[in-house]
Design a protein around this ligand. Structure first.
Ligand code: PAF
Length: 293
């Protein structure tokens, strides 16, 4: 595996692969890799002859009071893991390489209808930062396929829409969330949890699972399903940002019957802000709920 830190060298490597007509699959990450990321790299091997992973903690997607400085950085372990997973290239740029003019004042990518809802309502500017860095990375790596985890469901949706709107020639593939045995979705931010918080954290998954079962059994009372989710999280000691049912493809408020939906939640447990979601088919007639809790 080659570790590349400059755009010039990355472009040269990609150019050689393209000349040899080798397909490229790409896994963008912020590092501190775990089994969830490993599954993305595994999926990448199914989609491309060459596999590129990037590790870049993107300052543009962190708010002023968020954890950019504290975000776990483990480049040596990440590099070892990626080597073991058979990645061809690790792209590990510095902030100045990705943002030579700084992070303010440059072009940004925004999907206005989607960047202000759900997590976007609590993290202003976050999804503009994500979409911008992802479009830059896609332009640099020029992959045939790029793989993103379904755990960041809103992110995945925003990336799909950006790629479609900007006519980028890449296929976006979502990979299933990897969970601990007790249901907790793997996340780099889980390391912020102490032992007591870690023991309570799977309640997020359980609350989502309860909502999923209600929806699958034909219960269409979206307002009550969301209320119950918020209450369950509070009872487990979380401070919920939201617990909402949305249409799976568009993230619009849910309506209709026998439709694909996703239940999404974000909640704080002390320092950690955890997100998770579950998709399902809502069997009953969904009654419109007033958005926001
Ligand atoms: O999901 C992540 O790790 C990041 O948001 C991403 C997609 C790598 C962009 O920085």
């Amino acid at each position: 595996m080659r570790t590349i830190t400059t755009i010039a060298e990355l472009r040269e490597t990609v150019r050689e692969w393209r000349l040899a007509r080798e397909s490229i699959a790409f896994v963008p990450t912020m590092g501190n890799l775990h089994a969830g990321h490993a599954s993305l790299v595994g999926a990448a091997h199914l989609h491309g002859r060459r596999v590129v992973a990037s590790v870049f903690v993107n300052p543009l997607q962190f708010g002023p009071n968020e954890d950019f400085a504290a975000y776990p950085r483990t480049p040596d372990e990440d590099s070892q893991l990626l080597e073991g997973l058979g990645a061809d290239v690790l792209f590990l740029p510095k902030v100045e390489e990705m943002y030579p003019k700084g992070t303010t004042g440059s072009t940004i990518v925004d999907v206005p209808e989607l960047s202000g809802i759900l997590c976007g309502a609590f993290r202003p500017g976050h999804f503009q930062g994500v979409a911008t860095v992802v479009v830059k990375l896609l332009n640099l790596v020029q992959p045939d396929v790029a793989i993103f985890g379904e755990k960041d469901y809103q992110q995945l949706t925003i990336i799909r829409v950006s790629v479609e709107d900007l006519c980028l020639p890449v296929k976006i593939v979502g990979a299933p969330t990897v969970r601990a045995d007790d249901g907790l979705a793997l996340s780099s931010r889980n390391r912020y949890l102490d032992a007591d918080e870690r023991a309570r954290a799977p309640q997020l998954y359980r609350a989502l699972d309860r909502a999923r079962r209600r929806l699958e059994s034909g219960d269409g009372d979206v307002a009550d399903i969301e209320r119950e989710g918020v209450e369950a999280l509070k009872a487990a000691g979380f401070r919920p940002d939201y617990f909402e049912v949305r249409m799976a493809e568009t993230l619009a408020r849910p309506r209709g019957h026998n439709v694909d939906v996703v239940v999404l939640a974000a909640a704080r447990l002390s320092r950690a802000r955890l997100i998770d979601n579950l998709q399902c088919r809502a069997a009953g007639e969904l009654q419109e709920a007033v958005s926001g809790h």
